[in-house]
Ligand binder design. Structure first.
Ligand code: ATP
Ligand code: MG
Length: 569
């Protein structure tokens, strides 16, 4: 391929809406081009990389025994109504009507489509287990589309769905996909860490997310460097020691004028924030609940939701807080709430807390010497806070670290949530009708492309792993108007292509500096420089994108193909 025929357009300036490096670089390198917010066109270079990633995903899915199909993007509303998700998906789903006023969704995922498909085609245990997958564009009306391909409105997802006769089979299908995912990301040159994750609406069911660790990641991950435990902060647990607070005198009200926030109250009492019982009123599925956590900790809404088994959980508004506590916002505490019927749940680490300070449910007043067990009616203790750096690993007790991650894939044991809704059954060997057990598995194909760039770039541009680079080699023809140089460059192109190596020849009449800059920006793994001066001095220059100039090898043109092969290996 010749550069002058390849519609490559690089940009000098960063796009204004780009906040993270990978987004800036993908646009500047001409890999993608913005159509509108959250919508991108893959340009020829981007298309080549996307296809290479797709190919890796397909090869690994096929090797794992999964069957590829493709199902419509346009999905009838009735399918979603069967599982109740037509309402549950809310504003995240794009909806439209045909001319007959029938409602449709632009598929944000395809559990309903695949479950109804399985119901239609599977009838006997002899057809099980089976995993079906597709690579299809998905649509989500994200609250905040941003970061380029990372969180877009339209994105390419590989979604797979497994159907099994029993729990052991479902377990095998799950781990087969898990291992396939490990191979997919490794082959894409991405370091992706599997982490335990929250099951969302599926409650406590088993799920792992694969995260490309990167500062730009939107998710917090707790990792244990000692034993390898890794979990999304929505799920991560910590090990707690036994709490043995000394007994304390009776609780006592203290006037705390103008002290509402934990910091203000801490300053007033001269105590660390951890000595406070932070008390928050939530509304879960329409009903108020009170949540208590140590003053130096943040309530984790996802954990609260999971613990309560609620569909929706949010902080209560001021009126509800006043009604539940009997005091203005800022003075809530577990002792003496106005509404004695509202359940109070406390964080595990508050079990045995004595001598604590809490709001007194009275304006400008706090209680000191609170003994939680003695003074408050706690309906239950649970893990309700977000882990922090240094918390003890739940597996080995060593201190954990916090990292950021980009979710590039997720594997999920769904159980019978969808197959129950559709009554997707099979007949076992005794001709009894049984519900199929399901798993679902997603790879964000377009997000993966960008995650690679986020993990692999420098100040000059992208550094593509050879496996997914738009071209593995760029040949810089420095003197395209000189036939003796062009013939060497073109011969090299032909020889590399004959060996199955993708190559682009930069045949532009441009200053070398401009050409090198573009090559670095786009990030071809290997650069070969062919110029009149070099040829007169003994050969062509070969350098890997991730090496510095001093590593340049100079070889005779005849030896170049072999040397490039070595450099790429
Ligand atoms: P997130 O938590 O980032 O919103 P999700 O958990 O809702 O993602 P899944 O339903 O698990 O996403 O979809 C499977 C994969 O699709 C994700 O692991 C992610 O890689 C990708 N993906 C999800 N939403 C987007 C998006 N808006 N843009 C690009 N890729 C996405
Ligand atoms: Mg997910």
């Amino acid at each position: 391929m010749k550069w002058t025929k390849s519609l490559i357009q690089t940009l000098r300036d960063n796009p204004q809406d780009a906040e993270i490096d990978s987004h800036k670089l993908l646009v500047r390198a001409g890999i993608i081009r913005k159509l509108a917010g959250g919508l991108y066109t893959f340009m020829p270079l981007g298309m080549r990389t996307l296809k290479k990633i797709q190919r890796i995903v397909r090869e690994e899915m096929d090797a794992a025994g999964a069957l590829e199909i493709v199902s419509p993007i346009l999905q009838p509303a009735e399918l979603w109504q069967t599982t109740g998700r037509w309402d549950a998906m809310g504003a995240n789903m794009f909806r439209l009507r045909d001319r007959g006023e029938h409602e449709f969704a632009l598929g944000p995922t395809a559990e309903e489509v695949f479950t109804s498909l399985a119901k239609g085609v599977i009838s006997s245990y002899r057809q099980l287990p089976v995993t079906i997958y597709q690579m299809q564009w998905k649509f989500r009306d994200e609250t905040r589309p941003r970061f380029g391909l990372m969180r877009s409105k339209e994105f390419l997802m590989k979604d797979a769905y497994s159907f099994d006769a029993d729990a052991e089979g479902a377990d095998r299908s799950y781990w087969t996909m898990y291992h396939a995912y490990e191979r997919i990301f490794a082959r894409c040159g991405l370091k992706a860490t599997p982490v335990q994750a929250d099951g969302g609406d599926m409650g406590d069911s088993m799920t792992h997310e694969f995260h490309a660790l990167a500062d730009a990641g939107e998710d917090g991950i707790a990792c244990c460097p000692a034993c390898g435990y890794a979990a999304n902060l929505e799920r991560a647990e910590r090990r707690l020691g036994e709490r043995c607070d000394a007994e304390c005198p009776p609780a006592e009200a203290v006037a705390t004028p103008n002290a509402r926030t934990i910091d203000e109250v801490a300053a007033f009492f001269g105590l660390p924030a951890s000595a406070f019982v932070k008390t928050l009123v939530y509304v879960a599925d329409g009903k108020p609940v009170v949540i208590c956590v140590p003053g130096d900790r943040e309530v984790n809404d996802v954990k609260v939701k999971r613990f309560l088994g609620a569909k929706t959980v949010a902080l209560a508004d001021a009126r509800t807080v006043e009604e539940v506590t009997g005091a203005p916002v800022g003075f809530a505490g577990p002792v003496g709430l106005a509404r004695a019927d509202v359940p109070v749940y406390a964080e595990m680490s508050l079990k045995g807390a004595r001598g604590a300070v809490a709001g007194a449910n009275r304006a400008d007043t706090h209680l000191k010497n609170v003994d939680l067990a003695r003074d408050a009616k706690i309906s239950g203790f649970a893990d309700l806070v977000t882990c922090g750096a240094g918390d003890a690993c739940p597996q080995c007790g060593k201190p954990m670290e916090l990292k950021r991650g980009i979710e590039v894939g997720q594997v999920f044991k769904l159980g019978t949530k969808y197959t129950d809704a559709f009554r997707a059954t099979y007949k076992n060997d005794r001709l009894e009708e049984k519900i199929m057990i399901m798993g679902c598995y997603g790879v964000g194909v377009s997000r993966t492309l960008q995650a690679v760039v986020e993990q692999s770039h420098d100040a000059n541009g992208i550094i593509w792993p050879a496996s997914i680079a738009p071209y593995q080699v760029v040949v810089e023809n420095l003197d395209p108007e000189k036939p003796e140089v062009t013939s060497v460059a073109d011969a090299l192109e032909a020889a590399l292509e004959a060996k199955g190596i993708d190559v682009i020849v930069d045949d532009r009449v441009e200053r070398p500096g401009v050409k090198f800059k573009d090559a670095d920006l786009i990030g071809f793994p290997v650069r070969v420089v062919v110029g009149a001066k070099g040829l007169a001095n003994g050969g062509v220059e070969i350098k890997r994108r991730d090496e510095d100039k001093s590593a340049t090898r100079i070889v005779a043109p005849e030896a170049a193909v072999e040397e490039i092969g070595k450099v790429l290996a």
